[in-house]
Design a protein around this ligand. Structure first.
Ligand code: PMP
Length: 301
């Protein structure tokens, strides 16, 4: 792992190797933590954090769902995130805010005295997936059910579902898995949302079973700006087999075209026309090269 120097923890800067926690930390046992994954990029005017406020907003939303009162304001967390990037001179990388129920009581339902610890780390991180165009398989695991949890919250415990989907394809030819919902409709990838293109129209899964991605929202913004038609509706995996194009989107994977699903090559197997437009525009958007998307960036220096 690419280490950086300092991690922000509960309002203080500590050295990377000193950022440790007790083995009886509540979140370590029960997944009672919330987090964000944010990227920063080297742009025209220096380093920029992409969609900082949207991510911190979701961070507070997730915490609230878990009954957590983060002991800092929205602006304090935004500032601490900016300063983490600045202090580490992390000109291009990944930022990880995490809030977790700490060390105190091991009772499953967090007792009010349990501390809420908050950390922000960042490190240089390149491509998340191993190839530029991915081969995908339908997972035997279904996506967490919206009546079992709050799917729109980025709660650490949810990620066991994604980890199981990932482990099931380890040592296989597939680069990523798609999880269906309990009715057999496509939900999302293990850490990304999905779009398909049919007859020049972008289609994506509606809210309900998915984590509503900030990149997903950016894709919708780009589609509007480019005059590409767009629809949110449920679809089955067979619609992906016969789609004109398909791609994943997420902070980590950015825009990643899908070559095949369940060994069925999608169209020509090459990046499609609309995917290419979205990918190129996204690349410009994150680096501050499109004036109308300037508000998406927080410049660090
Ligand atoms: N779905 C899941 C399950 C994820 O973990 C992520 C990554 N945060 C996404 C979708 C994409 O979300 P975002 O675009 O906000 O990174």
């Amino acid at each position: 792992m690419n280490k950086t120097k300092k991690i922000w923890k509960n309002g203080q800067w500590i050295a990377w190797h000193k950022a440790q926690t007790h083995v009886l930390t509540h979140a370590l046992h029960y997944g009672s933590a919330v987090f964000e994954g944010i990227r920063c990029y080297q742009g025209k005017k220096g380093t920029a954090i992409f969609k900082l406020e949207e991510h911190i907003d979701r961070f507070f939303f997730s915490a609230k769902q878990l009954g957590m009162k983060i002991p800092y304001t929205f602006y304090e967390i935004c500032d601490a995130t900016i300063n983490t990037v600045k202090k580490n001179r992390c000109s291009e990388g990944y930022i990880r805010p995490l809030a977790y129920y700490g060390y105190g009581s091991m009772k499953l339902t967090p007792s009010p005295e349990l501390p809420i610890d908050v950390i922000i780390a960042c490190w240089p991180w390149g491509d998340y997936l191993p190839v530029k165009t991915v081969d995908v398989v339908t997972s035997p695991f279904i996506r967490i059910h919206p009546k079992s949890t709050i799917t729109e919250a980025k709660i650490s415990g949810h990620y066991v579902n994604s980890i199981l989907a990932g482990l099931a394809i380890q040592n296989s030819p597939y680069h990523e898995a798609i999880l269906l919902d309990s009715d057999g409709f496509v939900a999302e990838g293990s850490a990304e949302n999905i779009f398909i293109v049919k007859d020049n129209k972008l289609i994506t899964t509606p809210k309900g079973t998915i984590l509503v991605g900030i990149t997903r929202n950016s894709v919708i913004e780009i589609a509007k700006e480019q005059g590409v038609e767009f629809e949110e509706r449920v679809f089955k995996k067979e619609e992906i087999y016969t789609a004109d194009e398909a791609f994943f989107c997420g902070t980590a994977v950015e825009i990643t075209p899908i070559r095949s699903l369940d060994n069925q090559v999608i169209a020509s197997g090459k990046i499609g026309k609309i995917t290419e437009i979205i990918k190129n525009q996204y690349h410009k958007m994150i680096r501050g090269e499109i004036a109308s998307f300037d508000k998406s960036l927080t410049w660090v220096n």
